[in-house]
Design a protein around this ligand. Structure first.
Ligand code: SAH
Ligand code: SF4
Length: 372
């Protein structure tokens, strides 16, 4: 069975051509799938009956199944999704007054092993397929009851912010640029008017800084870019974000400048996790200001979200305020990320796909939570 969620529009057109079907048929099915959230060929009433029957024999529309659905006191909603073989990934919906953001995962686990990241600590399992990536948006739309409204919005040509999910950030589990092809297929669907029709400015890829893949993204599918900086010099970043040993800061800054030549926004967002006593001193702020001098950017400070045995503490509020103040005073727009969904472990870096409840690691995790 071919899962049609694996195809972007060009891919589906090519697959339909093999069946001897015209491109417009592929686009029709695309709209049913993504705009209507439909997974039943029988319901695709404007598709010829014979084609519907053929599709039902050879293809399916299948997103990952939710294992758990948690709603935080602040309205943040987190789904734990089964991706087979005891692996699970998480998708988080963050409602705000003027927008709704879906935080999407790209891998089960992550190989890059950043020192402060719970996903990194669980190691790498595998890349998600394009269907598993776009399936998170497909499913969230459906579960939030948004698919129909979105279709109506698109018909009416309304602004993105009329939708329940108006923004997507590739900031869930995994390093999106380490699963390049499948992520780009999913990004194309997010952007395509036959599917989700989001603007490039409202789709963000967050990367720990895989330089050659940043160049490829710029050439093949430029969207808004966030870079996980987290340190102001190579010695510190080598330790916190080990991929820095391969692509050090000077190369990363140059890649950011190249990206901006084609990016839909005229700045890069630098994410910076605030670790008490590690990267949050005045001298780090001063070093950062010098480091990013030639890169148009904004900073997003992320108060560290703790997890058991992390070995780091969150910087105190006053420290974060002072750090942000120093960057702002140097003319760098700096915001501090509000921590959302902490009570359901949906905050940045807390996503760990805790389906592995049977393992001792998670038993420890559960125990230490009870001890809190
Ligand atoms: N792999 C990509 C995207 C996923 S992580 C990346 O690293 O950019 C999204 C953001 O959360 C990244 O900036 C990441 O460094 C940060 N993060 C990871 N662990 C965290 C933690 N425990 N507390 C706060 N932020 C964390
Ligand atoms: Fe992977 Fe990003 Fe976590 Fe680093 S911060 S281990 S790149 S998910």
């Amino acid at each position: 069975m071919v899962n049609l969620l694996d195809y972007d529009v060009d891919g589906l057109v090519a697959w339909f051509a093999e069946l001897g079907e015209k491109p417009f048929r592929a686009r029709q099915v695309m709209r049913w799938m993504h705009r209507e959230g439909c997974d039943d060929f029988e319901r695709m009433t404007d598709v010829a009956k014979s084609l519907r029957a053929r599709l039902a024999d050879t293809a399916c529309i299948r997103a990952p199944q939710p294992l758990r659905d948690s709603v935080s006191a602040d309205g943040t909603r987190k789904w734990l999704l089964d991706v087979g073989n005891g692996n699970a990934v998480e998708t988080v919906f963050i409602p705000e007054t003027s927008r709704g953001t879906l935080c999407v995962s790209s891998q089960a686990g992550c190989a890059l092993d950043c020192a402060f990241c719970s996903t990194g600590k669980q190691g790498f399992n595998r890349n998600l397929s394009a269907a598993e990536i776009i399936g998170q948006l497909w499913l969230a739309n459906r579960l939030l009851g948004a698919a129909r409204e979105q279709a109506a919005d698109l018909e009416a040509g309304e602004a993105d912010n009329g939708r329940i999910i108006s923004n997507v950030v590739m900031m869930g589990m995994g390093e999106p640029l380490a699963n390049f092809d499948n992520v780009v297929t999913a990004l194309r669907l997010m952007l395509d008017d036959h599917a989700y029709g989001l603007s490039r400015r409202r789709v963000t890829v967050s990367t720990s800084g895989i330089v050659p893949a940043m160049d490829r993204l710029r050439d093949e599918c430029p969207v808004a870019l966030a870079v996980s900086l987290h340190a102001s010099n190579d010695a510190l970043r080598d330790r916190l974000v080990p991929i820095n040993q391969k692509y050090p800061l000077a190369e990363l800054m140059a890649a950011c400048r190249r990206y901006l030549e084609r990016a839909p926004r005229d700045f890069v967002t630098f994410e910076y996790v605030m670790l008490d006593g590690v990267n949050d001193r005045d001298e780090h702020a001063r070093e950062l200001i010098a480091l990013v001098r030639e890169v148009p950017c904004k900073f997003n400070l992320i108060p560290f979200n703790p997890f058991p045995n992390a070995g780091f503490e969150r910087s105190p509020v006053e420290r974060i305020r002072r750090f942000a103040g120093m960057l702002n005073d140097a003319g760098i727009v700096t915001t501090t990320r509000k921590t959302r969904g902490e009570d359901v472990d949906a905050a940045c870096g807390q996503l760990a796909g805790q389906v592995l409840d049977k393992t001792r690691r998670t038993v420890r995790l559960v125990n230490s939570k009870e001890a809190r």
